[in-house]
Design a protein around this ligand. Structure first.
Ligand SMILES: Cc1cc2nc3c(=O)[nH]c(=O)nc-3n(C[C@H](O)[C@H](O)[C@H](O)COP(=O)(O)OP(=O)(O)OC[C@H]3O[C@@H](n4cnc5c(N)ncnc54)[C@H](O)[C@@H]3O)c2cc1C
Length: 404
């Protein structure tokens, strides 16, 4: 029996380690082109100058689970009818079970002018290793004026990142005595500050207290770095009815961008993707078993999946046991588990300043699902300690080693 896993990121390594723990004789191959593995949840703290970017980066080889074969190649296409995938050198590899976990694709190019100006002219983003460090340089160079933080219309990994870096930046401006000569604007394609009740009201209170201006229905489409102008496609509604779409410019001194994101092209353009509807292009898996909806020997987890919940490492932590358990059950001819299912759990530790985190945890349907006995809608220092110190330790030492 052979399992191929596409992607050795958070999801791929976790599920590989769990499979080997449950079934040590199983042949498991991971296709992963990168020598390095990144703990992306710290990128926001790198952007705020708390950590150096190097803290997020380790060698992939040190986290490859024992007994797993690492194939340092990209997968470029699927042939699910014949149970095989093709790598970037054109070589075909067959499998009994396939796990699709190549993460998300960042489509910087979909915002006109962005790639020419990112890292310059006050334009920054925490959505990248180098980019997160550049973000802090931009914060340091900002001496007051208009600071604009965007959130786009596509699903993204860690939907809360746009707000985390905004709250941290606002706190940084206060710390450095430039808040009174700064405007802070949250320009979002969304309709509200947060989708989950309880957390929504708590975040709105922070927005009001800190005098952050919100502009919803604003989708960034163009950046003119040298002239410091951002163009948004703005939807105008009359009640629930969309009456008009306009282009509006906002000038800026600092612009933090959340780039458009999508499933990687080789998934999007394959028979494994959802073919129409709102989640078109994402991996087509059952929301609860994570089994592919057409090919029963294919599973998916992580950011690539078309699931109606937030894409986070915390979600992967709950998805991996479901995938590894179901694969072992199918190998043992037991069928899909109807008890151990994925309920859409995700978590977003929202940094509200340099000392506090509001720990938003929820399931499908934006239903709050707190793991703690106290009120997590309140920003807390204890949750900051968890986010900054404990979660990274748990990630490197337990999660990637298959211990949940
Ligand atoms: C700024 C930011 C803040 C975040 N904050 C949090 C947070 O606070 N909490 C939280 O839980 N999560 C957070 N996340 C999200 C979290 O990092 C991701 O949800 C998680 O890493 C998803 O795991 P994944 O395995 O699906 O993707 P990744 O970890 O990105 O791994 C995908 C892997 O697939 C590989 N790959 C890509 N294409 C191919 C291919 N064709 N063939 C083979 N391999 C391929 C890549 O090289 C990569 O190693 C944050 C992310 C960002 C960017």
């Amino acid at each position: 029996m052979k399992v191929i896993i596409i992607g050795g990121g958070t999801a791929g390594l976790t599920v590989a380690a769990q499979l080997k723990k449950k079934h040590s004789d199983l042949k498991v191959q991971i296709f992963e082109p990168s020598d390095h593995h990144f703990y992306q949840p710290l990128y926001t703290l790198v952007g705020a100058g708390v950590d150096k970017k190097e803290k997020t980066k380790r060698l992939t080889k040190d986290y490859m689970p024992k007994g797993v074969e690492w194939i340092k190649q990209k997968v470029v296409s699927f042939d699910p009818e014949n149970n095989s995938v093709t790598d970037q050198e054109g070589k075909s590899h067959s499998y009994d079970y396939l796990v699709v976990a190549p993460g998300i694709q960042i489509d910087w190019h979909l915002i006109e002018g962005l790639t020419d100006t990112l890292g310059k002219n006050g334009v920054c983003s925490v959505y990248g290793y180098q980019e997160s460090e550049d973000t802090f340089k931009m914060l340091q160079n900002f001496k007051g004026g208009k600071a604009v933080f965007t959130a786009g219309s596509t699903p993204v990994k860690c939907g809360g990142a746009s707000q985390k870096i905004m709250y941290l930046s606002e706190a940084y401006f206060r710390k450095n005595g430039i808040r009174d000569k700064s405007e802070v604007i949250f320009a979002s394609a969304g309709t509200t500050i947060f989708g989950v009740p309880g957390f929504k009201e708590a975040l709105q209170k922070i927005i009001d207290e800190r005098k952050i201006e919100t502009r919803f229905f604003h989708d960034l489409i163009k950046v003119d770095g040298p002239n410091r102008r951002a163009t948004f496609r703005v939807k105008i509604y009359n009640g629930n009815e969309l009456t008009e779409t306009q282009e509006k410019e906002i000038d800026f001194d600092l612009l933090h961008v959340v780039p458009p994101q999508s499933a990687p092209d080789f998934v999007k353009n394959s028979p494994l993707s959802i073919q129409d509807g709102k989640l078109k292009g994402w991996l087509d898996v059952d929301h609860f078993s994570l089994q592919h909806n057409t090919y029963p020997n294919i599973f998916g987890l992580g950011d690539v999946c078309g699931l109606p919940t937030a894409k986070t490492g915390a979600a992967v932590r709950k998805q991996a046991p479901v995938v590894s358990n179901n694969i072992i059950r199918l190998i043992n001819k037991q069928g899909i588990d109807t008890k151990l299912i994925y309920n859409g759990y995700s978590a977003c530790p929202i940094l509200t300043d340099y000392k506090h985190v509001l720990m938003a945890e929820f399931e499908y349907g934006n239903k709050p699902k707190p793991s703690f006995f106290f009120d997590t809608t309140k920003p807390r220092w204890s949750m900051y300690l968890l986010k900054h110190y404990l979660l990274p330790w748990l990630y490197w030492n337990l999660m990637l080693k298959g211990r949940n």
